[in-house]
Design a protein around this ligand. Structure first.
Ligand SMILES: [Mg+2]
Length: 279
């Protein structure tokens, strides 16, 4: 497929996913909307370009496994699952409601296509390593893609898993880190300094790339250049609230409460700022 066609397809998916996230957030009046907007390009690259799956059979044994370590990003993943045809768009309106299959924090037992119940934070990569080992043992060529946050780099379990993955030469494992420079308690640089992040992953034996995580072309190039003989990490610098100026500049960005009259402003800003062809 021509590169520009591929970029357009993923960009359009990300645009629709951002609208889905705003609509879900409005249903509750609040939520982890900023993360969904910030990570939409990463998730779109995965679901609209990389992941091998069957929408009508989420448990297909040969599927690539996408593990959302950050359970609170579920709103972003639901948008991706809708885009992928695994969840109906209409169902997104139930987000966070009683009896919904789409709870605020991701639950594997509730949602088709949700591989793990992420958060407690810092455990997704450990599960991913186990899955990647098991798949290789079974002769299954499926890949494991683990999405984690920069806040999770504070966790010792993440680095134990990182060392284990390279020790076992898990070339079927890709980690994506959403570096939005923010975590629940404040800016990551103030909570616990984790830079130089790329050097740390390299020291653990990983193939390392660092890209603008809101640049679809850069994300796709990074996926094209993952290692064939060791685990790969794509460090993605993103902006929380990306695409909606009102939210990009909000001080309390980790868990957003958005006034009733602001949601349409958010949608209008997203639409106005979109440079592609809205579907
Ligand atoms: Mg963060």
């Amino acid at each position: 497929m021509a590169a520009d066609t591929r970029i357009t397809r993923v960009s359009e998916a990300a645009y629709r996913m951002r609208h889905h996230a705003l609509n879900m957030g409005e249903a509750q009046g609040q939520g982890y909307v900023g993360q969904a907007l910030g990570a939409a390009d990463m998730l779109a690259a995965v679901y609209a370009d990389q992941l091998n799956y069957r929408a009508d059979d989420p448990q297909w044994s040969e599927r690539d496994r996408f593990l959302l370590s950050t359970g609170h990003y579920a709103i972003g993943l639901y948008a991706a699952l809708a885009e992928a045809g695994i969840v109906d768009v209409d169902e997104l309106a139930t987000y966070g409601s009683d009896d919904s299959r789409l709870p605020m924090s991701g639950m594997a037992s509730y949602t088709p296509g949700m591989e793990i119940s992420g958060g407690s934070l810092g455990h997704g990569l450990t599960v991913a390593v186990g899955m990647a080992l098991a798949l290789r043992h079974q002769g299954n060529t499926a890949r494991v893609i683990n999405f984690l946050s920069d806040g999770e780099l504070d966790e010792g379990s993440t680095w134990e898993a990182a060392m284990g993955a390279s020790h076992h030469g898990l070339s079927n494992l890709i980690a994506m880190v959403d570096i939005n420079a923010l975590q629940a308690d404040g800016p990551t640089a103030g909570v616990l300094r984790t830079e130089p992040v790329a050097d740390k992953w390299a020291a653990c034996g990983w193939h390392v790339q660092r890209v603008d995580g809101n640049d679809v072309a850069a994300l796709l190039t990074a996926f094209d250049q993952v290692s064939a003989d060791k685990p790969s990490v794509i460090l993605c610098d993103t902006r929380i609230g990306r695409g909606v100026a009102l939210l990009e500049n909000r001080e309390k960005a980790h868990f957003m409460r958005i006034d009733a009259d602001e949601w349409q402003i958010c949608r209008d800003q997203l639409t106005a700022g979109y440079e592609g062809v809205p579907a």
